[in-house]
Design a protein. Sequence first.
Length: 376
Amino acid sequence: MAEESSGERSEEPTGRRLEQAREKGQVARSKELGTATVLLSAATGFYMLGPGIAMALARVFERVFTMDRAQIYDTNHMFNVWGVVAGEIAWPILKIMLLIVVVAFMGNVALGGMNFSTQAMMPKASKMSPVAGFKRMFGVQALVELTKGIAKFSVVALAAYLLLSHYFNDIMLLSSDHLPGNVYHALDLLVWMFILLCSSVLLIVVIDVPFQIWNHNKQLKMTKQEVKDEYKDTEGKPEVKGRVRQMQRELAQRRMMAEVPNADVIVVNPEHYAVAVKYDVTRSAAPFVIAKGVDDVAFKIREIARAHNIAIVSAPPLARAIYHTTKLDQQIPEGLFTAVAQVLAYVFQLRQYQKGRGRKPIPIPLNQPIPDELKY
């Protein structure tokens, strides 16, 4: 049961999965939406620009069928007329074509947005495989497309029948009208029937668009194992992340140990804790910590301090307080100023004594006065 549930695609696609699908050219698309926008834009274009096209055609007919005697016997007249015809109808036709192109582009990218994928253009053996081709021809997707085709035909046929039934009497009366009124009436009927017939495709679009979104999401759904694997790939495997953190700690520790020789004093516990304190007025108004550690790290700090003749002072409460309250390169708390000042004063006097310039200082007490809120 566990293996079955882990292999079931029950998880929603992650952002990375959706991004990879777009890179492969796999986005939600609705052919019906593109078809409907093309048809409706053409119908709307004919409705808006139809009078201009009709006037242009009227001028063309007048120019073509109106000739004097000289033009009738002129063998080049026909070729001259073609230029006039092109000049009259080119711009109206171009406007409606531009409208259709722009709206068709918007309709095709309305669902899924603009996406250009070089991976989708690459040749694939699966696309050229006859077996894969038969599977596509007789698969579930092919059945869905067949159902959509039958539905489109049925809807359009029903809409055409209803429109013809509704306008049947008007169509029959066209033969009794006089020119040019019957022509205008026929064009008006034709345009409106075309618009309403194209609008019938919207019924398919309303069904197809949600289906394509659902189907696209269904195809990209992931198993629980795939989600875990993707998380490991993007966030890093636990063992790799652990190794990186270990290396970072080692690097930070090496940098910290390199600062120990610059310390003024090492305050110890005396064995478990070790804190290296530096007082430099050019960097800070108060003493600050440049290294600290416990157990093995504390031992290493004391070892480096002895090698560089850095004073080591045993003050257990103070060492614990500094270690727990102060971060690296941070000033010590104000409550520890007095205790640290006594330690530094002792260290500076000890240096002068060792150089033969003063008396031997009195050792400081092991238990320095520490405020209760800073005790550990």
